[in-house]
Design a protein around this ligand. Structure first.
Ligand code: NAI
Ligand code: A1CAB
Length: 274
């Protein structure tokens, strides 16, 4: 095979994964090919030195590992254009939310029965991979044995990105916590920025909130203390933080976040049943 990795779909996640693979030295640009119908996306991938093609079939025929980096709802349409190029010697790495490896395998073999032995590994990454601080869950799927996920694990555990091996069932949970999690943090950031504007600091809102989240994450990462203890260290008895935390507790912030994560989990399972 000419390429180690083919991206089918060269969108935001594929771009982040490709950049991280290259910057970490896991792959060289000439080991990667990317297929996307959008000329703009192909131009962008070409500008980082990758081979590009409008033909998913072309890309799928030439790589050892094929990453499904298109939207879950597009799977059948996308596969109809390239399933015939797949062979049992290849490994699929799907980053699609929800869709089980069994469903992926069935969709491929319905179109191309000769690809029956094809391996399917699944990964749930997150967008901070764009800055090399990604978190991913990696799971073995259809037709795989331990070790068949080594390449995917290495790809997502490179540089300062981190990966954990989980069961396929647990990938739904990974989605609810770290896959979708960056959006929860950005949601809090939006609200805190709005608060900064409302109380009269619009010109500093972005910097205040960004540095506070960054500093808190680094502190949580480097300190042996639990988040509860770190929170306690900010919260002086009868002080300012306590007033804020009491109000947020009265308004049930922890429960709101837990319910949000539970809704995410439910949707991940639903996507898998579409
Ligand atoms: N955005 C996120 O935070 C995360 C996304 N994911 C998964 O990653 C996948 C991609 O998501 P994004 O990169 O955010 O989406 P995106 O919309 O940026 O990228 C999708 C790409 O697929 C291309 N495409 C459309 N039809 C195609 C076809 N028939 N064949 C090949 N390519 C086609 C589009 O032109 C686009 O460039 C999804 O399955 C999503 O569930 C997983 C974890 C996190
Ligand atoms: O919202 C989504 O469906 C994707 C999967 C995890 C993060 N974004």
């Amino acid at each position: 095979m000419q390429y180690k990795l083919a991206f089918i779909g060269a969108g935001n996640m594929a771009e982040a994964i490709a950049r991280s693979a290259i910057s970490s030295g896991t792959l060289t640009p000439d080991q990667i090919i990317a297929a996307d119908p959008s000329p703009d996306r192909r131009d962008l991938f070409a500008s980082i030195g990758l081979h590009v093609t409008p033909s998913s079939s072309d890309a799928a025929a030439q790589a050892e590992q094929i990453m499904f980096a298109f939207k879950p709802q597009m799977m059948n349409d996308a596969l109809s254009t390239f399933a015939s190029s797949l062979t049992p010697a290849q490994t699929i790495i799907s980053i699609m939310a929800g869709i089980s490896s069994e469903k992926i395998h069935t969709a491929i073999t319905n179109l191309n029965p000769q690809a029956d032995g094809i391996k399917v590994v699944r990964v749930m990454p997150n967008t901070p991979i764009m800055v090399n601080y990604g978190m991913a869950g990696v799971s073995l799927g259809q037709n795989t044995n331990p070790g068949d996920d080594d390449f995917a694990f290495q790809l997502f555990n490179a540089a300062t990105n981190k990966a954990v091996r989980v069961t396929e069932e647990q990938l739904h949970l990974i989605t609810a916590i770290s896959g979708s999690g960056p959006a929860y943090i950005f949601f809090i950031a939006e609200a805190l920025q709005q608060a900064a504007k409302d109380i009269g600091l619009p010109e500093h809102a972005h910097e205040l909130v960004t540095q506070t989240i960054l500093g808190s994450a680094l502190l949580m990462n480097q300190s042996p203390d639990s988040p509860a203890e770190l929170r306690r260290k900010v919260t002086s008895p009868k002080g300012t933080t306590e007033a804020a935390i009491n109000k947020m507790t009265d308004l049930n912030l922890p429960n709101t976040i837990e319910q949000g994560a539970a809704a995410c989990l439910k949707r991940s399972i639903e996507l898998g049943n579409l």
